[in-house]
Design a protein around this ligand. Structure first.
Ligand SMILES: [Zn+2]
Ligand SMILES: [Zn+2]
Length: 241
């Protein structure tokens, strides 16, 4: 990771308003989002955000990424007041940090989000979520996240515990604590993603305890979600220390 990228994120206890006034996780109509590039930029300015990152879903066979980055960089000229990054969100393919993206895609990115989306079965397929007990589910998601933190060329671990949070309430705090610790060790930011986290006060307490680098991301798919994470954190008094 370059020094530039390390400076992109503050540690939790150092967060100030400029660090929070951003949305570093969003999708457009290029993948499964509902708004186009221009709409997102326009609305970001309207909402007073100072920085956004386009983090489209990619896979190893994605062919359009270069064209997409070119398009964003062209459109952003109309919004000089807004800092715009282009990056991707790629999922873990195993517990060793293998990422579903090519080096060519990663080289184009200002920011790379690593995610746990599906649970690989080790034979090229995926494990059905419903076949797993709650404990086993947490364990597999934990191992995939730790693999990303240990070896993947990522800047941010997106929505830690996110798949678990979609089905159950609170991700085991011992595992979340370990994820935050390992993220800090490698200087990778952990995403505060309020659309996944079920127990925000509990997660923020862990952030106070471990003080990791953090990224603020709403995982915006619909325009009205842009800046949602910033607003939730603001309501919790984060960034006013
Ligand atoms: Zn995701
Ligand atoms: Zn996403």
């Amino acid at each position: 990771m370059s020094t530039h990228k390390k400076q992109m994120f503050a540690r939790f206890l150092d967060l100030k308003w400029p660090d929070i006034n951003c949305d570093m996780h969003l999708h457009t109509t290029r993948t499964d989002g509902k708004a186009d590039i221009k709409d997102v930029m326009h609305y970001a300015v309207e909402r007073g955000l100072s920085r956004i990152a386009f983090t489209e879903h990619v896979r190893r066979d994605t062919q359009w990424f270069q064209e997409f980055t070119r398009q964003v960089r062209a459109e952003q000229k109309a919004y000089p007041q807004l800092e715009v990054l282009v990056g991707c969100e790629a999922k873990a393919l195993d517990t060793e940090g293998l990422l579903d993206a090519t080096d060519k895609i990663l080289a184009e990115c200002d920011i790379v989000l690593g995610s746990v989306h599906r649970f690989p079965d080790g034979r090229g397929g995926y494990i059905g979520f419903s076949s797993l007990s709650q404990e086993h589910f947490a364990q597999i998601e934990f191992e995939l996240a730790v693999g990303l933190l240990g070896a993947a060329p990522i800047d941010v671990l997106a929505h830690p515990g996110g798949m678990y949070f979609r089905r159950y309430t609170d991700f085991p705090s011992a595992m979340m604590r370990e994820i935050l610790k390992q993220s800090l060790e490698r200087g990778i930011a952990v995403e505060i993603n309020t659309s996944y986290i079920q127990n925000l006060p509990g997660f923020l307490r862990l952030c106070v305890e471990i003080n990791p680098y953090v990224s603020i991301g709403s995982d915006m798919h619909r325009l009205e979600q842009l800046g949602e994470c910033r607003d939730r954190l603001h309501a919790h008094g984060v960034g006013f220390s």
